[in-house]
Ligand binder design. Sequence first.
Ligand code: ZN
Ligand code: ZN
Ligand code: ZN
Length: 557
Amino acid sequence: MKKLILAMFLLVVGVSCKSQTQVISKDTEAQLSTPKLVVGIVVDQMRYDYLTRFYNKYGEGGFKRLVNEGFNCKNNHFNYVTTKTGPGHASIYTGTTPKYHGIIGNDWFDKNLKKNVNCVEDNSVNPVGTDSKDGKKSPHRMLSTTFADENRLFTQFRGKTIGISLKHRGAILSAGHTANGAYWLDYEHDGVGNWITSTFYMEELPKWVDDFNKSDITESYFKDWQTLYSIDTYFESGDDVSPYEGGFKGKEPSTFSYDLKQLRKNNGNFDVIAESPYGNSLITDFAIAAIDGEQLGKDEITDVLTISYSSTDKVGHTFGPNSKEIEDTYLRLDLDLERLFKTLDAKVGIGEYTVFLTSDHGAPYAPGYLQSKKIPAGFFDESSMRKEMNSFLLNKHGVSNLVLSRINNQIFFDHEAINENNLDLEDLKEEVALKLLEYELIDKVYVTSEINQLEAPEGYIETLLSNGHSQKRSGEVLFVYNPSVFNDTSWNRTGTDHHTGLSYDTHVPLLFFGKGIRHGQTLQKTEITDISPTISALLGISFPNANIGQPLGFIFE
Ligand code: ZN
Ligand code: ZN
Ligand code: ZN
């Protein structure tokens, strides 16, 4: 009997030891077998419903391949304001919010310099591949690391990082501080359409970039933009002629087709490519050239390629979420994604790479369009508001221009004038806050002392404001419009704009696909800051240094 018990004991111990070894070896195996390449795709200004609204028209190899083979997080949101491109890319790749990474807008009012600064402008670096000041850019204002930075540290800088976008901020903030290269298109301010970078990364362009610039690829996109399929079949969007859509100069009304060769002269030259679906095709061409040129995903050490598709945002701003133009842009992007994935299959190998696809913010329908359908919406004139606040404070305190700026729905005071005149900053904040609430289209106002102490549930606007608020960089009074209200500028009366914490701006797709990812979907809420820790967990590397996100373990095989 004793022997039997001993035997059973040994058996149990033996079994448990064995299973433990199995668990350990399986884990080790999992750690060693990471993807050869991680491809992060950000589709600029992609509302979640662009995935579902146009779904039946997508082919099998693009968006649908990610949905059918990968994992679909259907309830994925930004968890801060301001929902703009710079903060969006920074938050996706750092796993944290503007409160920590410091990218509080595309531009913001610098309290020390007393002027607006751009999130990636850097006068200490020089352009490479251009003379334009659009080459004087780096990630120096982003305070924390991206997962690609952590991958560089982890691999002793053997794993590469390359960032690509038409927009400098889309390329730079994604790739992080330690990237081998970040490339963007020299198209703004009469740029010459070359892919460029800055001395932050290198002294001269690599041969493959130079070769690409010398080729006629970019020039070839000055062609006719027709709809991909017969326009009569585009039931998922509104009329081609609409009072709520903008367009190119010299092409009124904004109807298909668009002769980009003819339009380039009066519409910023290469800007017309950026503002058409062909900008995304150009990005795909360049990304494929980068995979070859940099030999990405060729060895066992994980590389990172970040691609930001910018033209969706440009087309969205101009024509709006309900336009035929945006529908066509997504149907064509779908084909570009298919082409990219086929290239990755061939060059890196099916099942050897991991992709995620998301967006840097969504966008609302045009306020005018919503009003025409009896949905509350509107435009608010912030320039007049600043003048009105300043005359209110002048009347009250006898000091002019106390409000220096009102950018990103924040008010910035002139601290020098406040000190010189012995005024009380806290009093001024309260006075302006109460005055702002008198405007019909302003719904909520907070002063910074409140924002720093607010404790609201996840998803509440107060939490989003707090997550987006940098004590050093942000303004001192924060105001929130009613839903579907824009700052009234000359360029956003038609089309769309984005910046809020409301669901049309926060709800974006999140799809994972490829090595280590199981097939599935969830309606559980995920946040944009979860992406980076998820990829870090997949790679077995440290989370970005200011990470606040949670790894989404349920997507793993
Ligand atoms: Zn954007
Ligand atoms: Zn149109
Ligand atoms: Zn935008």
